[in-house]
Design a protein around this ligand. Sequence first.
Ligand SMILES: *Cc1c(COP(=O)(O)O)cnc(C)c1O
Length: 427
Amino acid sequence: MKVPNYKFEGDSDALFQEVFEKYTNHLNPGLAKLMGFAGFGVEMYAEGCYIFDHESRAFLDCLGGYGTFSLGHRHPKVVGAIQDQLGKMALSGKAFFSKPAADLAEKLASVAPEGLQFSFFCNSGAEAVEAALKMAKGYTKRTKIVSTIGGYHGKTLGALATTGREKYRKPFEPLMPGVVFTTYGDTEELVAAIDADTACVILEPIQGEGGIIVPPAGYLAAARKRCDEVGALLIFDEVQTGLGRTGYLFASEHDHVSPDLMTLAKAVGGGIMPLGVCMGTEAIWQGVFGTNPLAHTSTFGGNPLACTAGLVALQVIEEEGLVSRSKAMGDRMLDAFKQIGRRHPDMVADVRGRALMIGVEFTEDEVGELVVAQLMKRGVCVAYALNNPRVLRFEPPLIISEEEVDSAATALEESLAETEELLASLV
Ligand SMILES: *Cc1c(COP(=O)(O)O)cnc(C)c1O
């Protein structure tokens, strides 16, 4: 794939200053400072695997919007379908049936893990998690929720209560009560925490923000078994892992475990529309919506634009074979990164992941930040994990080419070498 053409014709310094000041005065002064300090530019244009900034510099997008841009930026098929839909109806009138919502729900049921027949549509990952937790509480009439340390489920009050990092939770307590945290990947601890009071267990099949943590074999299956024993529901939060990212359409397929509830967002809107989904079984939908069909609703949820994007995104994933492509490109990237890691054992503690969900763990937090800056300098966009700043995550579009994987590897190697020199010159 070749790098697209983009040139910003205006005064780039003036543009940066203007945007920076507006962030400082009207959005988030602290964030403006942090981003300005790190040297981030203004995003101007995106196409395929690339983002351009105000200085018309191209960045290979290895962050991929935390997994949002699985189809790349502005996939032409999704753009075309949305433009068509925009000519007919954008948001739902709410008093009518909507065909795009019906079509997407049917399509999702046909590809989702066994038993997940129903969908609730919303607009983000946190909202999808809110819906799943509410469904679980409503259906089981229980209140205890088991989550994991390092788990990331969003920052709204309910989802935040299950997010496994004190730094984000503490200042906003009391949050939704009843949540207990267990060590991610510790089967014994998890099983022991699930009891007859447990409404649900919420797990990412691979922890994303926790630092790309792949659980040991049998962990998800043990959760499934214990939930069945005590009548608790199993929620898989596939907001980041879903839609081919891990070499399977859904990451739980690797372990052959089906949840009772599953959340999707990020990639599900085709990288163009905000879309969140909470999927669940017929029994749960009967239990919650049977007595009150309006028990959970969202004004924008299920709107024709988002659902059209979702439907075409799934078609593109199938037509372009993006699930197997994710596996092939991910194996290539993981191999290359592992070799690079071995050449820099003082800085790189571990390289891990599955398909195009890859984490590079450094021996120190500060090294991670320096390497991010070096990679950005070389035109590769990355970031560290929110709940684990020591880990750089690579989640490029699944349409990435071999050449681009190789150029990301070269950039990583050079970035590590220069960081090493920099650190050596400091002592
Ligand atoms: C990003 C993420 C969320 C939250 O999604 P938002 O759209 O940012 O609210 C929830 N769960 C997981 C696993 C995520 O990666």
